[in-house]
Design a protein around this ligand. Structure first.
Ligand code: GLN
Length: 362
């Protein structure tokens, strides 16, 4: 994984990047941050894997590697044992070969845990039970803001096809609007680093992880943090510390919190008109390791998270599933976003979509 779950390509892994099993001549990224989990499942090295999704790290690597990944509702799974990245966004979930495995895995993973005060006490449904159930009458929202002019033509066409597949199963497609979508990335890239800088302030080499000794206690802290954090993590700590600092707190952090609420309200309004939302998972397919356009400016990498971060900001569940291959033979994916704690409806529709798409894993 990318160090401390920060990244979208696995290139910030301390051990070097995992290679996407779909690579041909040149090695491709598996997506991130949970790229190792996704590649291992795609390459049949294991039955299933786990990941965490703070801004897309289950769904986007699942998309890049042609597997299924679900980010459950915030609070559905315990995060005990996971190093916190952004505590108000982090959620654990399964990454699997198909929708059925995702339902089985989530059932096993979900539920209240006294060791995570944010885990929900709501009963965990039998997700497997809904697979194969009728989706007639289900309303599927398609957000207009997720289709900018420059959207990749193959992704746009698979999106239309997925909507048609659901429609031919009796679902109704309804156009919806999520007007604050354009603020989702800036809001995420203020709130996530702010929380990360606060969480990682505890990372001192005393109890967990790497320890680099020094002459005095202060040296131990400094040495551990200097060596233990990679470039991307340091960048996020600096951004986070900046937006939380006196004088900037109101302008950035507080403002971002307010806009986050507007983004959540958008979803609340949309879900008055529909039961699920259908959208692409990522605006791109897997790209080459060390791709210049992605790496020379970190913002280019952040832009790939455009379709995933809103879901975390609103605390909602969303499942990504492979829908087909692009002209290069690389997987593309769609996500189904549900109402809070309604993973059942997601699984029901995803199962049908999976059958109709007939995506064949390599
Ligand atoms: N790519 C996003 C980021 O870099 C998502 C990370 C995640 O979900 N852990 O922050």
């Amino acid at each position: 994984m990318d160090e401390f779950a920060m990244g979208g390509s696995n290139e910030h892994s301390f051990y070097g990047p995992v290679i996407n099993p779909y690579s041909k001549e040149k090695p491709l990224v598996p997506g991130g941050s949970s790229g190792g989990s996704a590649a291992a499942v795609a390459a049949d090295m294991c039955a299933a894997a786990t990941g965490t999704d703070t801004g897309g790290s289950i769904r986007q690597p699942a998309a890049f590697c042609g597997i299924v990944g679900i980010k459950p509702t915030y609070g559905r799974c315990s995060r005990w044992g996971i190093m916190a990245f952004a505590s108000s966004l982090d959620q654990a979930g399964p990454m699997t070969k198909d929708v059925t495995d995702a339902a089985l895995m989530l059932k096993a993973m979900a539920g209240y845990d006294a060791k995570d005060s944010t885990s929900s006490k709501l009963p965990v449904p039998d997700f497997e039970k809904v697979l194969g159930q009728d989706i007639r009458g289900l309303k599927i929202g398609v957000p207009q803001e997720y289709r900018p002019d420059g959207l990749n033509a193959e992704i746009a066409s698979y999106w239309d096809k997925a909507a048609e597949m659901l429609q031919s199963r009796g679902a109704e497609i309804v156009p919806i609007s999520l007007p604050h979508t354009k603020y989702a990335l800036p809001v995420y890239y203020i709130i996530a680093p702010a929380e990360a800088s606060s969480n990682l302030a505890r990372y001192d080499g005393i109890r967990y992880g790497l320890r680099v000794n020094g002459e005095k206690l202060d040296d131990l802290y400094v040495n551990t943090r200097t060596e233990g954090f990679g470039a991307e993590v340091k960048r996020r700590i600096m951004i986070g510390t900046y937006v939380l600092s006196a004088g900037y707190y109101d302008a950035y952090y507080l403002k971002a919190q307010k806009v986050r609420r507007l983004i959540k309200n958008d979803f609340d309004d949309a879900f008055k008109k529909c039961d699920l939302i259908l959208a692409p998972t990522s605006p791109v397919a897997a790209f080459e390791i060390s791709d210049k356009s992605m790496n020379e400016n970190p913002i280019n990498m952040y832009l790939n998270d455009i379709f995933t971060v809103s879901v975390n900001l609103a605390g909602l569940p969303a499942l990504s599933l492979p829908i087909g291959l692009n002209h290069d033979g690389l997987p593309l994916a769609m996500q189904l976003i549900g109402k809070a704690f309604d993973e059942e409806t997601i699984f029901k529709a995803a199962y049908g979509l999976e059958q109709d798409a007939g995506f064949e894993r390599k």
